[in-house]
Ligand binder design. Structure first.
Ligand SMILES: [Fe+2]
Ligand SMILES: [Fe+2]
Ligand SMILES: [Fe+2]
Length: 406
C-alpha cells in the first residue's frame, strides 16, 4: 500500500490511476477464474505497473499511441530488486506489449503472460476515462473500443473476461469507489500477508531509494550515501544494533517524499525561485506521511521526515525545536547535510570532505544542528567518508543496471 501511495505522488495528474488499474486488474483476474494468489498478483502488478516511469522519459500516452516499452522494462527491473515484489517483475516488464509480442516473448510462463495482458488492458481502460464527465457513456465507449481489438493486440481469454466483467456497472463503479483502499487491500491480501512476513527491509529500502534517486542525476546516489553515513555514525555513537539498522533504513528512505516533487524542479539547472523552493521543501513532509503508512515505521517516519528540521526552529516542514527532535533525527540530518555537501548541485560544485565538515561545524556552532554529531563525524571523517564513497559507487552501478538499454 505504501509503495502504491508513493507511486500516486509521482504525477498528481495520475493520482489514483495506479489504484484504479490495480482494482480493474484484480477484477479481471477474478473474472478469468484465477486463484486468489493470482488475483492478488494482478492487483499488485496493476498498482505498481508505472514504477519504472520515474516521472521522465515517455510522458503520458493515450490509448491511440502506444507507449514505448522502456519504462515498463525499467519497472520490471526495479521490482526484481526485492523478494516481495519479484513475482510482479515479469508481468510489469511486459505490460506495454501487444499479445502477439507477449506470447512470443522468451521464458514467459502462462500466467505471467496473461497477467501482463490484464495489466495492459486495465491501464488502457483507465486511460480511456476522464474523471469529469458522466461515467456510463464513457464505459460504453470503452467497451466498444476494446471489443474491436484483434487477437494480435489482446489475448482472446483476457478480452472475453473483460467483456463479461465490464458488462456489470459495478466493474466501473468499483474503480471509482471511495473505499478504493479497503477493496484493494482485500484483493491483494493473499499476496500481501505473505509479502510482509518475507519482506526484507533492506530490500524494501533499496527498492524505494532507487525509484527516488533515479529521477534526478544530481541526487542519483544520494540515498545510499546518507544510509551508509547514518549507519556508521549510529554505530560510533553507540546506538543499539536495532537502532543502527533503522537509521540506515531511514537514510535510504529520507527523501522518498521527493516522488511528489516535479522532476523539472529536481533537475533545474540553477537556483530555485522562492516558490520552487517552497514546493521542494514539501518533500520532507511527504516522506513522513508516506512512511507512516508502513506498519511499524512510526519512529523511522519521524526521523526521516525531520531531516531538514533544525534545533533553532528554523527548519522545515514543522519548524520543530530541540525538544521535538530525538537524537536519531539529529544524527540523520547531519548525515544528510554531509552527503549533500559532498555532491555536485546544479548551482555549485561538490565540497571536499574537509570543507564539508567545516561548514557542518559552523552550522552546529550557530545552533542549527547537534554539536555532538558534528563532532562525531569530524572524529571519524576519513573512515565515514570512505564508507560513503563506497556506498554511492555501489548505488551508481546498481542504478546503471536498472536504467541500462539492453
Ligand atoms: Fe499506467
Ligand atoms: Fe531531503
Ligand atoms: Fe537528502
Amino acid at each position: 500500500m505504501a509503495l502504491s501511495a508513493a507511486m500516486d505522488l509521482i504525477d498528481p495528474g495520475l493520482a489514483y490511476h495506479h489504484k484504479r488499474v490495480g482494482m480493474m486488474a484484480g477484477n479481471l483476474a477474478a473474472a478469468m477464474g484465477l486463484p486468489p494468489t493470482e488475483i492478488a498478483r494482478a492487483t499488485l502488478a496493476g498498482m505498481l505497473h508505472d514504477i519504472g516511469y520515474l516521472g521522465r522519459d515517455e510522458g503520458a500516452w493515450t490509448p491511440d499511441e502506444r507507449p514505448t516499452d522502456r519504462s515498463a522494462r525499467i519497472g520490471g527491473r526495479i521490482l526484481s530488486i526485492a523478494g516481495f515484489t519479484r513475482d510482479l517483475s515479469i508481468p510489469v516488464a511486459h505490460h506495454h506489449l501487444p499479445w502477439a509480442q507477449v506470447k512470443g516473448a522468451n521464458g514467459l510462463s502462462g500466467n505471467d503472460a496473461i497477467l501482463a495482458q490484464i495489466v495492459h488492458l486495465a491501464d488502457l481502460t483507465d486511460r480511456m476515462l476522464d474523471r469529469v464527465s458522466p461515467l456510463h457513456p464513457q464505459a460504453c465507449a470503452a467497451r466498444v473500443r476494446i471489443d474491436a481489438f484483434d487477437e494480435n493486440a489482446l489475448a482472446p481469454s483476457v478480452k472475453a473476461a473483460f467483456a463479461r466483467a465490464s458488462a456489470a456497472d459495478a466493474f466501473w463503479l468499483e474503480a471509482a469507489a471511495i473505499d478504493l483502499d479497503r477493496r484493494l487491500e482485500r484483493l491483494a491480501a493473499p499476496a500481501a500477508s505473505q509479502a510482509l512476513i518475507a519482506a526484507d527491509m533492506t530490500e524494501f529500502g533499496r527498492l524505494y531509494s532507487i525509484v527516488v534517486d533515479a529521477r534526478s542525476v544530481f541526487t542519483a546516489t544520494h540515498s545510499w550515501g546518507v544510509a551508509a553515513v547514518a549507519e556508521a555514525m549510529g554505530a560510533h555513537a553507540g546506538f543499539s544494533h536495532d537502532t543502527v539498522v533503522a537509521l540506515e533504513l531511514a537514510g535510504q528512505l529520507h527523501d522518498v517524499g521527493k516522488l511528489a516533487i516535479d522532476v523539472a524542479i529536481l533537475e533545474k539547472p540553477g537556483k530555485l525561485t522562492p516558490d520552487e523552493f517552497a514546493a521542494m521543501r514539501a518533500h520532507a513532509y511527504y516522506t513522513e506521511v508516506l512512511l507512516r503508512r508502513v506498519p511499524g515505521f512510526d519512529d523511522l517516519a519521524k526521523w526521516a521526515g525531520d531531516h531538514h528540521e533544525q534545533l533553532d526552529g528554523n527548519g522545515y516542514p514543522h519548524r520543530h525545536t530541540q525538544d521535538d527532535l530525538p537524537p536519531e533525527a539529529r544524527l540523520l540530518s547531519v548525515a544528510d547535510r554531509y552527503v549533500a555537501m559532498t555532491e555536485d548541485r546544479p548551482y555549485r560544485r561538490a565540497f571536499t570532505p574537509g570543507q564539508a565538515i567545516e561548514l557542518i561545524e559552523a552550522d552546529a556552532a550557530k545552533g542549527t544542528i547537534d554539536t555532538r554529531f558534528a563532532a562525531l563525524l569530524h572524529d571519524h571523517l576519513d573512515a565515514i567518508d570512505g564508507i560513503r564513497r563506497e556506498a554511492q559507487l555501489e548505488e551508481q552501478r546498481f542504478v546503471a543496471q536498472i536504467l541500462a538499454d539492453e
